[in-house]
Every structure is written in structure tokens, then in C-alpha cells.
Design a protein around this ligand. Structure first.
Ligand code: CMP
Length: 136
């Protein structure tokens, strides 16, 4: 059965800073994702805190929010069959050191913080995250 989904993808500051945004977008396009909407923005730390609220009790929360708001990011709505899972497979493990060969994080990730991309972890969170960045 068809399961066309949307997911939220972020190209994080470490990748935008290295001018990898077009290269990463091409990886999505070459893997049959459609980029439905995209924008390049820089978040205030308070916005990053709202976005990552699910992690607020984690020891890395403050550094994570400081990092996401440290420079420009590219946020995108991606669409594909089973987009949430497909994007997570393409990104690879959160820690680039554990990511499989051929994944975005293996290729470009620098550390667990500077792991180049974010992707929604469930269809429910994809809706919430898309709404967060693209309210209209
Ligand atoms: P992301 O998919 O954007 O979601 C939360 C982020 O927290 C994650 O990617 C990592 O970049 C970051 N992070 C930092 N430390 C950890 C950790 N110990 N476990 C999981 N995520 C971490």
C-alpha cells in the first residue's frame, strides 16, 4: 500500500558552514525525495530550545540548542513513500562514528553534535516539526 509521507529535514550549521547544502540536497533528490519547501534561516537560541524541547532533560540540551542556533541552517519539507524511515536510513546513526558507509552522517558528520543533518524520528513528530518551521 502506498504511504506517501512528509518529513522535516535540517541541514545543520556545520554543513551549511562548509557549503555542503547543495550537495546534501542533491543526495535527497537522487534518493527520490521531493523538496516541497525549503528556507535558509538562523534560529534564536530560544527557538532552538522550543524545537528540541523533547530533549530538555538531557545533559546535552544546552549545548545542542546553542549549536543549532550558532549559524545558518537549511530547513526542508521532504516527501517520499515512507519518508520518515527512508530519511533516517539515508542520514545514518546519530553518532557519525557509528553511521554506516554511504550515509550522510558518515560522509559529512564531524561529531555527535556536528552531525550535519536532523530528520524527524516519527510521522507524529514530522507533523509537529513541519508545523514549527512552516506554519502557513
Ligand atoms: P538530532 O537528530 O538533531 O537530535 C538531537 C541531537 O542531539 C542529535 O541529533 C545530536 O546531534 C545531539 N546529541 C548530542 N549528544 C547526544 C547524545 N549523547 N545522544 C543523542 N543525541 C545527542
Amino acid at each position: 500500500m502506498s504511504n506517501l509521507e512528509k518529513t522535516l529535514s535540517i541541514i545543520k550549521p556545520d554543513a551549511v558552514e562548509r557549503n555542503l547544502d547543495q550537495e546534501i540536497k542533491n543526495i535527497f533528490l537522487n534518493n527520490d525525495f521531493k523538496i516541497i519547501k525549503e528556507k535558509k534561516i538562523q534560529l534564536e537560541k530560544s527557538d532552538a530550545e522550543k524545537f528540541y524541547k523533547v530533549h530538555e532533560t538531557k545533559p546535552f540540551y544546552n549545548d545542542l540548542c546553542a549549536y543549532l542556533s550558532s549559524g545558518p541552517i537549511v530547513v526542508m519539507i521532504l516527501e517520499k513513500e515512507n519518508a520518515v524511515l527512508s530519511n533516517r536510513e539515508l542520514m545514518g546513526a546519530t553518532n557519525p562514528k557509528e553511521a554506516k558507509e554511504g550515509t550522510i552522517r558518515k560522509k559529512y558528520g564531524v561529531s555527535i553534535d556536528k552531525n550535519s543533518v536532523h530528520g524527524s524520528d516519527s510521522p507524529e513528530n514530522a507533523k509537529i516539526e513541519i508545523e514549527f518551521f512552516f506554519k502557513d
